[in-house]
Design a protein around this ligand. Sequence first.
Ligand SMILES: [Zn+2]
Length: 276
Amino acid sequence: MEGARFIKVEAHRGDLRWPLPQDFTQRLQGRGVERLERRAKYLLADLSSGEVLIMHLGMSGSFRVIELTRIHRPGRYYHAQPQRSAHDHVVFHMSSGALISFNDPRRFGMMKLVPRSELEQEPLLRALGPEPLAREFDATMLARLCKGKRTSLKAALSDQRVVAGLGNIYVCEALHRARLSPMRRASSIATRAGRPNERTGVLVQAIKAVLRAAIEAGGSSLRDHRRTDGALGDFQHNFRVYDRAGKPCPRPACPGTIKRVVQTGRATFFCPICQK
Ligand SMILES: [Zn+2]
């Protein structure tokens, strides 16, 4: 998409989670994508019109990218077009030759157009915490964010206002790597003054490591997640605690058994022996 123009946009229904923006296809057609970014779980396409297309996959949404030029055969162009699925709600035809379809069976995904100048005030993005892979997300920042917090460490890390885009799986996995109990108070990873203590840096490194490893593996495919070529992610095979209740703790020499508990409505998996 980056550097390409929307040649044609198909919207096969008027709504996803919310109605599509007014004149949605007309506002995209002919416009260029100057930059593609991500903020938390939102995808942002900066358009030549001065608007930003905000996209979210919701629960079951996925983008498939088909490079039409790659499968183009002289005289057989139309046969090369892939069959449209019933849940391909929005299809972008790009000047780069790519056909990009947004498929979303449960329709919790969304697309919204906002002027770039109003992005800072956008309610969907305004309250989000720092990006966990950004350089400025370090022990000093995490300590300040957790200072005085009486909630559990698990709940704090799952809160998008504390750190953006960390899902349930990756919080569980990071806490195991950092040997920290999901039940301990969030404030216990900082001093009273909100400075880092011996746990903060270890946790920050664990969060970054687990996210990098998951990205490298193409994400975790439990139900709906697919890569843009339709392939499954692989990281679910590398879980140390998530969805492993009753299994032995993978930490060498740890005699623990993975336990499942429910915290703030979400399943937590951890080892009660090596996570303190
Ligand atoms: Zn253990």
